[in-house]
Design a protein around this ligand. Sequence first.
Ligand code: UDP
Length: 235
Amino acid sequence: MKYNRILLKLSGESLMGKQGYGIDPERLNSYARQIQEAADSGVQIGIVIGGGNIFRGLSGAAKGFDRVKGDQMGMMATVINSLALSSALEAIGQPSKVLTAIPMFPVGYPYSKWEAIKTMKEGSIAIMSCGTGSPYFTTDTGSALRAIEIEADVMLKGTRVDGVYTADPEKDPEAKKFDEITYDEVLARNLKVMDITATALCKENNMPIYVFNMDVEGNLAKMLKGEKVGTLVSN
Ligand code: UDP
């Protein structure tokens, strides 16, 4: 076992699968199965999910919404996704608990570092919603923050691509994949691994980021076994 405790970041966008909006049950169940498999291997798991499949504050602001209210709508979207994942996990017998950075009991339990750690030590998945709980941040930053707070060994960023490339592999066929890269290089090359705030937070706190394709079933388990399925970002 390489890791004792991980923070897994799932993007809201990936959750919509082929649908283009909302939650694709097939994708959701695939995530749930992979998470359960990882939990069965003994690793403690905290999860942060985005909300981009439902609402993003920035696109709301572009349409004339107040930015702060738009971001609050985005944070509510992460709660919707977190509840969906929790439900899918429970359906296959995997205990989980939704924690919310913005208090809204009984939808979820108020987030604290200690509640999250207690949840994970009990063998339950801690799903930490609302990102950071503040506007003008992203769930990437929320997951960097939570990974550091809960003392995770690594922050896993599950995406649609299988790692960090020299350019966007969905647009540039010449793009090459890195097995390992430093935070400084990510920032200097302006690579779109995570936003600058999230990357800087991980760099300052020495939180390694592992970027991999979570949409390929089995990848999470492979990564945890030490197979090179993605890119490691560290100092
Ligand atoms: N958001 C926020 N503060 C946070 C995290 C998220 O205000 O700490 C809002 C923001 O509007 C963002 C939306 O929630 O656009 C959805 O999150 P994100 O875009 O990070 O989701 P993803 O791209 O991972 O699906």
